[in-house]
Design a protein around this ligand. Sequence first.
Ligand code: FAD
Ligand code: NAD
Length: 464
Amino acid sequence: MKEITTKLLVIGAGPGGYVCAIRAGQLGIDTVIVDMAKPGGTCLTIGCIPSKALIHAADEFFMARGMAGSGNKLGISVASPAIDLGKTIDWKDGIVGRLTSGVTGLLQKARVKIVHGRARFRDGKTVEVTTETGDQLIRAENIVIATGSEPVALPHLPFGGNVISSTEALALRKAPERLAVVGGGYIGLELGTAFAKLGSQVTVVEATSRVLPQYDAELVRPVLRRLMELGARVLTDTSAKGLDDDGLGLLVEANGATETIRADKILVTVGRKPRMEGWGEEELDLDRAGKFLRIDERCRTSMRGIYAIGDVTGEPMLAHRAMAQGEMVAEIIAGQKRVWDKRAIPAVCFTDPEIVSVGLSPDEAKAQGIEIKTGLFPFAANGRAMTTASEDGFVRAVARADNHIVLGLQAVGQGVSELSSAFSLAIEMGARLEDIAGTIHAHPTRSEGLQEAALKALGHALHI
Ligand code: FAD
Ligand code: NAD
């Protein structure tokens, strides 16, 4: 068996693993990265990027449809728009291809050795990799586990046939006439909205009392309103019970009553779980935190020399958290004094309208016993929002009442994902309401809503 000895071995080339390997390579650390699939992981190949491509195509098609026939209020009309979803998927695959080869190029530039195959621990310092050309043994001083996550299946609705996960949904070459979505979280609502715009009749089945339970009700309200406008049905407090006999009906139950929802495809999006199998966890002695690997503030596991990053380590399962952990771990292995000291991890939901949240919501701050000031500025009073014919939503600021340090910033509205960097920066830099209010925000932009929300919290908003 071929053998390699290295200072650092990274298992998994998703956003966590590939960023860790690139940074380690930049720091002169002898690094090997192993992945059984294409570099880029879930995010680049079947997650963030493909879903955002589909969402964009659906938006464009929907906009064109809105202009069909008699035209829209902007005075634009187009004749019979149509979409060839197969072509859209080819375009999306092209983007994925460019990004995955881009990651390969970045790893090579950083002099990282890439091994294509399935990795499996033999012991805490040795990993066996099954490759197409035979097995390889890799001995490493430090090993980073970045094996990511996979979709949760429901026992009574296993994946297969018409029951699909996000991976298959992102490869459909024709929009299903009727789509049932089980789970009204991130994926269910992002993709459910996209398919509703592509012409599918969408029904969302959510087990809890409201969709997107990660966000507060005020933020989610405009998203629900839009889903209704798109003709989607949203059933809350409803559980999926299984398929009916012909496989084209989803049996659901709410308050003791059952219903069958006819559906050509059933998209199950009830969460993701850490990938804990297939890499030899049983050969090690790693502590767990619930279903995840337990890590400390330096991403160290309970075994010396073994680190873990990304989705395998816990919530929030987001690409930018995985990347930040990966960068930090590479620097720790290089001997730098680093510790996880981030004040906040931004969260964005790419629904229509988009939601962004950084730091604490008003309820979360109150639950911590903090006395707060809040300011909410509606996009209905923002000139730029009016010029884009999309005025629904708002920006909200949450700050400590005593010293005005900003604890949280949230927004819902068209394109607000792009406000996430300003929100994160403000919180990371420890900004006060006065800092945001005193910063000149370019006019006309939606970002003026941030300044106005801060002014509102201070009691002197200018444009409302
Ligand atoms: P992953 O990206 O899952 O990568 C793990 C890698 O490890 C994989 O390439 C896998 O092949 C490899 N691997 C596993 N086991 C082995 C083994 N034994 N040997 C070799 N290789 C192995 N997050 C966001 O921040 N924004 C979004 O907009 C967003 N949208 C999403 C949309 C969808 C549909 C999905 C499914 C997810 C989305 N996410 C989003 C979540 C995001 O994809 C994950 O948080 C991110 O990919 C986690 O990165 P990771 O490096 O931990 O793991
Ligand atoms: P999720 O946790 O966001 O939502 C799952 C939803 O399913 C929840 O609302 C939950 O109450 C519901 N649910 C659970 N069991 C159910 C059942 N039996 N019947 C009906 N509903 C049920 O999970 P997801 O949408 O699968 O996404 C997984 C993860 O991927 C997210 O948590 C997030 O970390 C990541 N992601 C992020 C983005 C983004 O950042 N924009 C986009 C997509 C995915």
